[in-house]
Design a binder for this molecule. Structure first.
Ligand code: GAF
Length: 379
């Protein structure tokens, strides 16, 4: 059934259009975005789509084919904490738009897509960004690019209650095909860096460990608080301000081993992003694998956000000939990525499956990623 027919069946009228926003994987720069640091995501070819029509009243009617559910909300009653589950993301975008003084009336929204939810591939940011684009177009709001990403992030922080940084929403909006997005999350300067593993006979494999990933859990917020405490103790605005040269002397000023480890991760991770980008720009992607693996080790040992499934995925891909591998996204479950010769993809996937089976983990899923375009109107 076409999306128009599906919309008509659900809402009894025709839609005004469809907007689609992609999920992402982050190549490197993890847990740096709420420290004013650098990130380097690519958009995936997987999308969340929002087919929408404005309404004359102030009702928000929502149907999700992805999450198999529906909701009906009065937009004048929207307030942080009042909506839970997947509906909080589109409702949060409507709320955040109105908070910023934009006139937004009622909407019918049909949500669909193929970004696996709960896998750490930013299905929620994609839903927010597709909704924000639909709302902006339908209510004639001059909102695009960074500002749209900031609004989506505002919805997630304030309405949904997840204290995330801006990476996922920025990736979903600003990425372009064939490129990784180098984002300075302090200045929001965005640079497109050509990223084409196939040109070097390489592939970027994404392994969904299927270990449940929940950002809402307190561990993400706790990491964030540790970073803020470390920055305050060191007298800097954010850990981004600490130079990797002379890091040991700086760390000695922190009171606990935990704060030293968290700080070491953030500072060295920012340096790894810069190094990775230098290699990319110099056409030396084949040499960049160890930088990815070093990021994983830092996230495992210093930042403590990996889990047995992520560590196993990384070890198995390296054993099967990957040049480098790491967890991607918030961690505590979700996905790992591996950079490997295209000819090793099959063997690598087999190795990961076998390693998961030996460990008694759920069966993982895998696909190769293609750097794709950011959010757009599709119809
Ligand atoms: C999650 C968050 F949403 C991002 O903002 C980022 O902090 C990431 O975890 C870790 O790099 O995806």
């Amino acid at each position: 059934m076409s999306v128009d027919a599906a919309f008509r069946r659900e809402f009894g009228r025709s839609p005004a259009g469809t907007w689609a926003a992609p999920g992402r994987v982050n190549l490197i720069g993890e847990h740096t975005d709420y420290n004013d640091g650098y990130v380097l995501p690519i958009a995936l070819s997987h999308h969340v789509s929002v087919t929408a029509a404005p309404r004359d009243d102030h009702m928000l009617r929502l149907v999700s084919h992805q999450a198999d559910g529906r909701g009906e909300l009065a937009i004048d009653d929207l307030a942080p904490g009042r909506v839970t589950g997947w509906a909080a993301y589109p409702a949060g975008v409507v709320w955040a738009s109105r908070q910023r003084g934009h006139h937004v009336g009622g909407l019918d929204l049909l949500i669909d897509g193929d970004v696996p939810p709960g896998a750490g591939l930013s299905s929620s940011a994609a839903l927010e960004c597709a909704t924000a684009m639909a709302v902006a177009d339908l209510y004639d709001i001059d909102l695009a690019g960074r500002e749209l990403a900031e609004l989506a992030r505002h919805a997630e922080n304030e309405f949904v209650g997840v204290p995330c940084g801006v990476m996922d929403q920025a990736a979903s909006v600003l990425c372009t095909a064939g490129h990784a997005l180098l984002l300075d999350t302090r200045s929001m300067a965005a640079t497109q860096v050509p990223f084409d593993p196939a040109a070097d006979d390489l592939a970027l494999l994404v392994i969904d460990t299927r270990a449940p990933h929940r950002l809402v859990d307190g561990a993400y917020a706790a990491r964030r608080r540790s970073c803020e405490r470390a920055a305050a103790t060191l007298g800097v605005t954010a850990l981004r301000d600490i130079d990797v040269d002379g890091l040991d002397a700086v760390l000695a000023a922190l009171p606990t081993e935990e704060l030293r480890a968290r700080t070491r991760h953030v500072v060295t991770e920012n340096a790894r992003v810069e190094h990775f980008v230098e290699l990319l720009r110099a056409g030396r992607l084949v040499e960049a694998g160890p930088v990815l693996t070093a990021s994983h080790v830092s996230l495992r040992d210093d930042y403590e956000v990996t889990c047995p499934e992520l560590d196993t995925a990384v070890e198995a891909t390296l054993a099967a000939g990957a040049l480098g591998a790491r967890m991607t996204g918030g961690g505590f479950g979700g996905c790992a990525i591996a950079l490997l010769p295209g000819a090793r993809v099959r063997a690598c996937v087999t190795e990961v499956h076998q390693a998961f089976e030996r460990s008694g983990f759920a069966e993982p899923a895998a696909f190769t990623a293609t750097p794709s375009d950011g959010a757009r109107r599709v119809r």
